[in-house]
Design a protein around this ligand. Structure first.
Ligand SMILES: Cc1cc2nc3c(=O)[nH]c(=O)nc-3n(C[C@H](O)[C@H](O)[C@H](O)COP(=O)(O)OP(=O)(O)OC[C@H]3O[C@@H](n4cnc5c(N)ncnc54)[C@H](O)[C@@H]3O)c2cc1C
Length: 527
């Protein structure tokens, strides 16, 4: 039902469960109902004669956009979008952030994070030693094999030094690193309460600063002409709205939750992938930017994928469904064949290859098999392991052929050579004459009870993104920057992280480029 506002009287602040972040109760008159609720986004823009839409339940939406456009529109309310919004607002811009998710599921994949990698010159109360630019750069070079833009990477590394102060200034609190966190106590800062507390702190800061946030608002289309953003069309609480702004920051993550898109590169196998983060990272904005001529970066098939408990939910299982049992036992596929060296290197350096390895197995499933002496060596799993008194019983419980699994374990046990077991070093416990070998931490699987976990590929994020310059401007085909289109976070991380991964670096890129994008978008909009 469409209507015209006849008169309006401001009353009190009013919070609705869904919809806009803050709302205000307005008494007004329109045909059909004497009073209703008007979203805060419309406060101050409402005038007699405004074009309204009244939805069932009495919610009212202002259809016509205000005459003066927004300065900066942010798409995506994860770490990168929030850093951009706060920075743009602090620079004096009027900012609106649109987020697909409901308020309770806000924060994208950022809410699943635990730590951020940041350069620092000396040990602190929360970091065990220094981590300088050159070491950071060497670490990045090693994991990417050179698939990085050195200029943008070094800029990110240097700017990360400020995050140790900027983040607490916006409400984030630190804690010392925890056990079982992949040995990151010197290089990475851990957020107290994890990523969820971090995004909540940023949303609180945004609210204090007067940033408008609209939840359940998914941007579907970008209107772009001659390298210039014009407007964005979003579905807000079920109704289409068009937003004009002087500049836009796209911070909408990767496309890892878009299974049909993953299938373009992975085929039917993608149906068996589990997505560790939000279902809202559909890549719609990435697709829009690419269709409007943004220059792509990163391997479209590339994704960060880990070994995940196959019983994890399809989306949003977060950190706790990752399994770290692999180096302490053997892994077989459904044909009960081992397919890779489980002890090739330290788990922090190898955990991210196992998702892809499992994706290449029949039906994208594998099974981690360990015994009682291995169980205390890795992080406890959120779902209890399948447990049995013998290997044959364990196989049956996992739905595998018992005699085949017994044969594989027996052969493995026979080929284990004596050595000094040490999970903290590349020890001398290895197999001989086995293909594939197990190079370290190989011990006979002979101590009941036996435990098994079904494993699936768990997709963390995708690598395809848009090219940016050091001002976070999106680079269009022909290598010319867009005038007022900026990108931050996973949607542009492929510029710096072309492949591989460094723990905590996703947040580093998003925080640094979020702040750059916010600053530059505000500068463009206000000048
Ligand atoms: C389980 C897990 C653990 C991780 N742990 C760490 C860690 O400890 N440290 C680290 O550095 N990195 C970690 N990462 C990676 C990290 O999450 C990402 O690098 C980072 O969060 C990306 O931030 P972002 O803001 O770009 O994206 P996100 O935080 O995913 O935010 C994107 C937002 O955009 C919204 N959105 C998408 N499309 C639209 C649209 N069309 N319209 C409106 N809104 C839209 C989404 O709903 C989402 O809220 C982890 C990832 C996962 C899945």
């Amino acid at each position: 039902m469409r209507d015209r506002l006849i008169s309006a009287k401001h009353t009190t602040r009013y919070a609705l469960k869904n919809g806009f972040h803050h709302e205000i109760a307005i008494k007004f008159h329109h045909e059909g109902a004497p009073t209703s609720i008007l979203p805060r986004a419309t406060r101050g823009r409402m005038q007699e004669g405004s074009d309204l839409r009244v939805l069932r339940g009495g919610k009212v939406f202002l259809m016509a956009e205000p005459k003066s456009p927004l300065d900066v529109l942010i798409v995506g309310g994860g770490n990168a979008g929030l850093c951009a919004a706060i920075t743009a607002r602090c620079a004096g811009a009027r900012v609106l952030l649109l987020e697909s998710a409901t308020k309770d599921l806000r924060g994208g994949n950022s809410r699943h994070t635990r730590n951020i990698r940041a350069m620092h010159k000396a040990a602190t109360a929360y970091l065990t030693g220094p981590y300088g630019e050159e070491e950071f750069w060497e670490d990045l070079l090693q994991v990417t094999g050179g698939e990085t833009n050195e200029h943008l990477a070094r800029l990110t590394i240097r700017a990360s030094e400020e995050l140790g102060e900027w983040m607490p200034a916006n409400g984030v609190r630190w804690q010392g690193s925890l056990r079982g966190t992949l040995h990151l106590g010197r290089t990475n800062l851990f957020m107290l309460g994890g990523g969820k507390a971090m995004v909540n702190a940023y949303y609180n800061a945004a609210s204090r600063l007067g940033i408008e946030v609209a939840y359940e608002s998914e941007v579907r289309e970008l209107k772009i002409g001659d390298k210039e953003f014009l407007s964005a069309v979003a579905i807000c609480n079920g109704a289409a709205r068009e937003f004009n702004a002087k500049a836009i920051v796209v911070a909408s993550g990767g496309f890892e939750a878009n299974i049909p898109w993953l299938k373009e590169y992975w085929g039917e196998a993608a149906d068996n992938f589990i997505i560790r983060g939000t279902k809202h990272n559909q890549g719609q904005m990435l697709k829009e930017l690419l269709q409007h001529g943004a220059k792509p970066v990163g391997n479209p098939r590339g994704c960060h994928a880990v070994a995940l408990d196959a019983r994890a939910p399809k989306f949003d299982g977060g950190i706790v469904t990752r399994l770290d049992s692999v180096p302490f036992g053997i892994v077989v596929n459904k044909e009960i064949k081992r397919f890779y060296d489980e002890g090739e290197d330290f788990w922090p350096k190898r955990y991210a290859i196992w998702g892809k390895l499992i994706a290449e197995q029949p039906d994208q499933i594998a099974y981690s098999i360990v015994d009682a002496k291995a169980l205390p060596l890795f992080m406890p799993s959120v779902f209890p392991p399948v447990k049995a008194g013998s290997i044959a019983e364990l196989a049956a419980a996992l739905g595998l052929d018992p005699s085949a699994l017994v044969a594989v374990v027996d052969k493995f046990n026979r080929e284990v050579r004596p050595g000094a077991f040490d999970p903290a070093s590349l020890d001398s416990c290895r197999t001989e004459g086995l293909h594939p070998p197990k190079s370290h931490w190989a011990r006979a699987i002979d101590t009941p009870p036996y435990y098994g976990y079904p494993l699936r590929p768990g997709i963390t994020f995708t690598y395809l993104g848009v090219t940016v310059d050091e001002q976070a401007r999106v680079i269009m085909q022909g290598d010319r920057p867009a005038k007022n289109i900026f990108a931050a976070g996973e949607v542009m991380a492929g510029n710096i992280l072309g492949k591989g991964y460094l723990g905590g670096f996703g947040l580093t890129i998003g925080s640094v480029f979020g702040r750059i994008a916010g600053r530059e978008a505000a500068r463009y909009a206000i000048s």
